[in-house]
Design a protein around this ligand. Structure first.
Ligand SMILES: [Zn+2]
Length: 604
């Protein structure tokens, strides 16, 4: 495992109070023209330029105990003066980003992604990387243990010490959590798995491990264990609230609210725990879909700049389709619960006008500047390649089942994708997924891809779900908390809408976004306007929602806002609320053939 020429990295939580890591890398044979070091501009899985080098506070280099001059080449690269001796590059890095994409250090823990802290030795990225993870000085670090999927070298399990990675790409694919941790271990198909949790969760660890074991075993039974999957680690940060996940090849970083996890004695699956299980399922599915089979544009990753592909909907959308479906197929949730989740996803897509403007292929391509950098107009201009991508996956699955009399489904397409692009490491070409679907099914899908992937057509959800024994129902939203997925149960739901999204900003009701063509836009309301009064009555968020129920289509109101510090009054004509809220019901009294199609699809 340890090669003579391996780069020797060392990371030390130097000053937790100041959030400073010290990182060193010793290079045995530096480039004779002057060794260049580079910090990535982005992290695989999160498609936005983050310029991690901006958090580098100081750099220096030495050889044989003497300083070596350093020149900054651009925003994220440095070059050391020529030397033939072993060269050590030393950085101090500020770490105060508690997301799954960042690095964070304080008195309670240290967390880092390699992209944030380890510079690449440019031109020698193929060499093995040894890493010494060093404990902070007292009084910091009491009871801290180290959790990472990186292979241990000299370190004992969950301890500080030596770790190793095969090359730089692997080095930065092993996030590290160092804290007082609760650790649960379980075995899936002979492969050791673990979950390391930071936070005062009081979780029922035995149940959590049982549930994760079941879910992971189901997913392994779907596409088969990758040949290099010899371990897997879930790193979970569980603060008071939060949500997020990032996939890696042998691990994933997750954030969820600490009370979303089951306590001892809890039974059933709460909505919050279902959300957590969906997150776990999503990141675990990525271990195949995007960490091993990936777009050709990502083989290899160029972490210095944006890397465009129109295929993110395949990697995120299909993963989003299978994440919840795996909860159902593995027996974690009921059909009713699954249909509720699906209805919520459909509602999210229906409520965004962006689906009429941007295709999922465009949304994938422009993820860097649009999906990841949403402005107040995003709901009018951007479609989520996650949400709509998952609905395209659903439609494709049901359509293939219909057109091949149940012989072929999306499952078969994914199995063939895995055999083409999984173990081989070759990337999927931009037209590869469409071609694959047609190769596997012999169904002509050109029109489907034109309309739904390259185009902005409305998905044929109603008819495809009906053919699988599920009724597609639409209704109006009952208010801001209504995520869809269920019948409203509201006897007097609002009949009109504003066509705008109101939110709380510093205790004030503010228009966060305004729908194209809706009553608010036609009245002249802009994003950022603070709602003051409706027909002379002072409004807060709850008041506005309650008051909306007292109007009918074509009623006219005077709406008063602050735009900056100027009071503006406008004439608002109320319009009929759209039926943009979906719920799905198992159709009763369906033919046996339909019932059996539904059973095949849902794995029941
Ligand atoms: Zn994902």
């Amino acid at each position: 495992m340890t090669s003579k020429t391996a780069h020797a990295y060392r990371i030390w939580p130097k000053d937790p109070a100041a959030h400073l890591f010290e990182v060193r890398v010793a290079v045995r044979n530096p480039d004779p023209d002057g060794q260049v070091f580079a910090i990535p501009a982005w992290i695989p899985g999160s498609y936005m330029i983050r310029d991690y080098a901006k958090h580098v506070i100081t750099v220096r280099a030495e050889a044989d105990g003497r300083d070596v001059a350093i020149k900054k080449l651009d925003k994220s690269r440095w070059q050391a003066a020529k030397t033939s001796r072993e060269l050590t590059f030393i950085l101090e890095i500020f770490a105060h980003d508690e997301s799954v994409r960042g690095a964070h250090l304080d008195a309670s823990h240290a967390f880092f992604n390699g992209t944030c802290v380890f510079p690449a030795v440019v031109g020698q990225e193929e060499l093995a990387c040894n890493v010494e993870i060093v404990a902070p000085e007292a009084p910091f670090g009491k009871g801290w243990r180290v959790a990472t999927s990186m292979r241990r070298n000299t370190a004992d399990e969950y301890e500080f010490g030596g770790y190793t990675a095969g090359d730089y790409a692997e080095l930065i694919d092993h996030p590290v959590e160092i804290a007082q941790l609760s650790i649960g271990e379980f075995d899936v198909c002979g492969i050791p798995h673990a979950i390391a949790i930071r936070g005062k969760t009081r979780v029922d660890m035995a149940r959590l491990c049982r549930d994760l074991q079941k879910l992971c075993a189901h997913q392994i039974s779907f596409l088969g264990a990758p040949s290099d999957l010899d371990r897997y680690l879930f790193l979970l940060n569980a603060p008071g609230s939060g949500y997020g996940g990032l996939e890696h090849r042998w691990s994933s970083s997750l954030i969820c609210g600490r009370d979303n996890l089951p306590a001892r004695g809890d039974e059933g699956v709460s909505d919050e725990y279902r959300t957590f299980l969906g997150l776990v399922s999503h990141e675990y599915f990525h271990l195949w879909n995007v960490k091993r089979m990936k777009p050709a544009a990502f083989t290899p990753y160029d972490l210095s700049k944006e890397t465009h592909t129109g295929l993110l909907w395949v990697y995120e959308g299909i993963t989003s389709y299978y994440d919840d479906l795996a909860l159902l197929r593995s027996g974690m949730i009921t059909i009713q619960s699954y249909l509720e989740l699906l209805g919520q996803t459909i509602t999210r897509v229906l409520r965004g006008g962006g689906r009429r403007v941007q295709s999922v292929e465009e949304s994938s391509f422009d993820a860097w500047t649009k999906f990841y950098k949403q402005d107040a107009n995003a709901s009018n201009a951007v479609v989520s390649y996650y949400a709509k991508g998952s609905l395209i996956a659903l439609c494709l699955d049901l359509k293939l089942r219909n057109e091949t009399a149940g012989r072929i489904s999306l499952d078969d397409v994914m199995k063939e994708a895995w055999s083409r692009w999984g173990e081989s490491g070759t990337g999927m070409p931009e037209d590869g997924f469409e071609q694959l679907c047609m190769d596997v099914s012999a169904v002509d899908l050109g029109d489907f891809f034109d309309a739904n992937v390259r185009g902005t057509g409305e998905l044929p959800l109603d008819s495809l779900l009906k053919s699988h024994g599920v009724d597609y129902c639409l209704r109006c939203s009952t208010g801001a908390k209504d995520k869809g997925g269920k019948p409203s149960g509201d006897i007097n739901p609002p009949t009109v809408w504003l066509g705008a999204n109101l939110g709380d900003r510093a205790g004030k009701p503010v228009f966060l976004s305004v729908n194209n063509g809706g009553p608010a836009e036609q009245a002249g309301i802009s994003p950022g306007d603070e709602l003051v009064a409706l027909d002379g009555l002072r409004m807060d968020l709850a008041g506005c929602e309650a008051r909306t129920r007292r109007y009918r289509p074509n009623d006219v109101s005077e709406i008063t806002v602050f735009r900056g510090d100027e009071l503006v009054s406008m004439r608002l004509k109320w319009a009929e609320a759209p039926t943009d809220t979906c719920y799905l019901l198992p159709a009763d009294e369906v033919e046996d053939a339909v019932k059996s199609r539904r059973g095949d699809w849902l794995g029941q």
